[in-house]
Design a protein around this ligand. Structure first.
Ligand SMILES: [Zn+2]
Ligand SMILES: [Zn+2]
Length: 334
């Protein structure tokens, strides 16, 4: 693994409800340089086009997270999967979403012949019973296993974990956080050599911050200065569609980046409440409350398609480090 690995966040769609000329329907990607993995949050219609324009690769390990079953967030998913068939994808795919996300795809299998010749696992998050239900492939409608969920954790690997939280929308809707685990401290090979530890098997352990025994002495890599202190991982949170709610604040606590829907401006706050969406001010307040470092506004109503500066300015008064989501905008988290 390289010393400094980047995390890119790329907005693939920033419009809510209907696509407009410069804005596709909601979706964004996270690309982790360290593991070469890709994560997609929501799949607005025509995501394929932005996927390619963003330079994302169709045959890389991918995990997709769907927030809810409003068409603007999910209708791009079958199209993307058809594309994967066309290119004869081989890399594994995991899809997470609310209950019935498997059946949504299963009916595409039955009716329009959607196939998946690559490994595909679909995980339904059952918030009511606090469990995860796993399906494999698209051919059998029988779940292969169920697991109890702990602390809203839906996925964990050596390098990162993903949590979800039910948020407050007109239908069941989830927010998600991707959290990297603390990364190894900076490795100083010259100090290892000075102490006399030869390059090889022991170095790997030292890089991981583990004590090693060498010539009868226990060597603690941090004490000896062979590695620096662990570096905190990065955290990205996505609100999905929601009005302000405590569960989102808890989920997104201390995020490096918050991607938050901002469908309306302050003037239309009564409409935001009625439709259970957020204004840009709500988004800014949420960012402030959860101590996020940066905020991106997305899911903008089509009425702002020619000028969204009102949304941006209102949010910046509360949370200065706010930017407006634009399709293909790339944010690199160091
Ligand atoms: Zn929406
Ligand atoms: Zn919605």
């Amino acid at each position: 693994m390289k010393e400094e690995s980047l995390m890119d966040v790329i907005i693939l769609g920033s419009s809510g409800a209907i696509p407009v000329k410069e804005r596709n329907l909601p979706s964004f990607a996270i690309r982790l340089e360290s593991t070469q993995e890709l994560f997609i949050f929501d799949c607005g219609e025509d995501i394929q086009r932005r996927f390619i324009e963003a330079g994302l690769k169709l045959n890389k390990p991918l995990k997709i997270f769907i927030t809810h079953f409003h068409g603007d967030h999910v209708n791009g998913l079958p199209g993307l999967l058809f594309r994967f068939n066309l290119i004869e994808r081989t890399a594994p795919l995991m899809i997470f979403g609310p209950r019935n996300i498997f059946f949504y795809l299963y009916f595409h299998r039955k009716i329009v012949g959607l196939k998946a010749s690559y490994p595909i696992t679909i995980v339904e998050i059952d918030s009511e019973h606090n469990k995860l239900v796993f399906f494999e492939g698209l051919d059998s409608d029988k779940a292969i296993k169920e697991e109890c969920m702990e602390k809203n954790l839906i996925l964990e690997t050596k390098n990162y974990f993903v949590k979800y939280a039910p948020v407050e929308h007109s239908i069941l809707s989830y927010g998600y956080s991707l959290v990297e685990k603390p990364r190894n401290g900076k490795f100083n090979p010259e100090i290892a050599l000075k102490i006399g530890i030869p390059k090889g098997r022991l170095w790997k352990k030292l890089q991981d911050g583990l004590e090693v025994e060498y010539n009868g002495t226990i060597i603690n890599p941090e004490k000896e200065g062979i590695v620096g202190p662990k570096r905190p991982g990065r955290k990205v949170t996505y609100s999905g569609d929601t009005m302000p709610c405590d569960s989102l604040i808890r989920l997104g606590w201390d995020s490096d980046l918050l991607i938050h829907e901002a469908t309306y401006s302050k003037k239309l706050s009564s409409m935001a409440i009625e439709k259970k969406h957020s204004t840009s001010i709500d988004a800014a307040n949420d960012a402030l409350k959860m101590r996020a470092k940066q905020l991106v506004l997305t899911h903008l109503s089509s009425r702002y398609q020619h000028d969204a500066s009102e949304l941006l300015n209102e949010a910046r008064e509360i949370f200065p480090n706010t930017i407006l989501g634009e399709d293909l905008l790339k944010i690199t988290l160091k």
